[in-house]
Structure formats: C-alpha cells, structure tokens
Design a binder for this molecule. Sequence first.
Ligand code: HPA
Length: 295
Amino acid sequence: MNVDENDLLHPAHRLQNTYNEYKDSADWLLAEISIRPQIAVICGSGLGGLADLLSDKITIPYEKIPGFPKSTVPGHAGKLVFGELSGKPCACMQGRFHFYEGYPINEVTFPIRVFHLMGIETLIVTNAAGGLNDDFKVGDIMIISDHINLPGFAGLNPLRGRNEERFGVRFPCLSDAYDKTLRQMALDSSQDLGYQDFIHEGVYCMLAGPSYETIAESRMLKILGADAVGMSTVPEVILARHCGMRVFGISLITNKVVMDYNSQQKANHEEVLQTSRDQAEALQSLISNLVGKIN
Ligand code: HPA
C-alpha cells in the first residue's frame, strides 16, 4: 500500500493537501457549472464588486465546495462567482483566505490548484496595499512587477513539504513570476482609460500580518526594494506559478505607510476600506479592459 505521509498527520500539521482533494473539488465545480472559465480573479479587500460585473452569473458559497477551507467566521468566507467578464468566461473569488486569519498556508492557497485542474490558465490577483514608494499617492494603482515573500524567508512557503510532480517541479523558478505581456497589456488598458496619472509598476512585499508595520520595519522594507506592502497574494502567486499558470497582479494603494516618528498618521483598516470603496470602480474598469484584451 502506498501511504502518503501527509495522511498520517493531524490535519493541523499537514503541509500539503493530496492531489485527489484538489481534483474532487475541481470535478465537483465542473459538474455544477456549464461554463468553462479561462481566467480566475481573486478580489482583494473591498474589491469584491468586480464579481458583480459578471454576466450570466452562477454564485457558489465557499462552504458548499468540497475541500474548500472552512471559514473561521461563519458566513464570512465569501463565494466563487462564475460568469463572463468582457466576453471571457471567468471565475471570481469574492473574498480570499488570509494567513493572518489562522488558515494554514495550504488552505490559503487551496483554490489555486482547483482552478488549475478546472483548466484555468490565467490568474489575476488584486489586493489593498500600503504605499512605501514616495511617488505613490493614496488611491494610486500599482501593477505588480515582482514580489518579496518575507514570510518565506522565515520558512512560510506554500510549497514546503512533499512536492506533487503532477502540479510542478520541486524547485520552481520565480524570476518571471508576473507575466510581462499581461503587464504591458494592463499599461495599454490604463492608457485607454486615461489612468496615466495614477498608474505605477512596482514590487509588492508580503508580511504575515495582522499587525501593521512598525516604523523601523517600514524603513527596512523600503531599503529592501519594496514599493508596496500587504498581507496576501504572494502564497497564491507562488502556487499558481508552480503549476504553470500565468499571473497578473495589481495593488490598490489604500494608505501611505508611516515612515516618520513625528507623524500623527496611523495605519488603520477603516482607511484601507474607504480608499478601496473610492477607487474600486477604477480598478474594476482596468481589469475588465485587460480581460477583454486577453486571448
Ligand atoms: N500594511 C500592510 N498591509 C496593508 C497596508 C499596510 O499599510 N495597507 C493595506 N494593507
């Protein structure tokens, strides 16, 4: 008998799900829906309105999907919305699983391999982030050109544990994590929409959260080359690249990260959500325009 070492562990200590757990979830979803999505979009904090733009929507709450993580707050996990965006069949995650909520990293990233097994080839990730770059203003949009996986430096990588060769190689290359063609297409889309004054490209750094950065930490991140900082996205991107999906990422700069001990400004979630609400439409228009260009 071929025993998987993961199956011998208590669920809280499992590093990886089995291939069949992802497959069961993907097969269940494919039986529920008739469309065959090509693009998956993960909607960040306050950016879930994108899913409402889909036509011929089919909405499935996460708790109904076999194998999907169980919400730590009942009824708050979110839902998967299928439909067409700019004429392209899409799957939209309205609400993501964050590491800081207490989900193990394999659960945070669970939907990604399910999308892959459903035949989805492109992943679009969005998030709210604090701006470290002096040129960035609140409400600006940053196309992610690269990332820094700071939790990864301390051992938190979604690929840690046994490698499943059916998804990808043991040591995947990440020097081309964010697709150059898609980035250029998004820059073209921002021209189409007249967004030149508030669009940037830059490096996103993930911290585990949920506490915001100290001033010393913020200064360190800037020196390290990060332009924006947030608490999500990177684990999903690593798993998506591992299984060969192409990735496009975008950060909405919801606040300026405090760098000065004399500043009276304080990072707070209300400001993050308010900026998301104010700029959600611009971000949605950019993604719809971009999706229209993808073939
Ligand atoms: N820091 C970390 N995560 C964030 C921030 C921030 O300033 N803004 C939005 N998410």
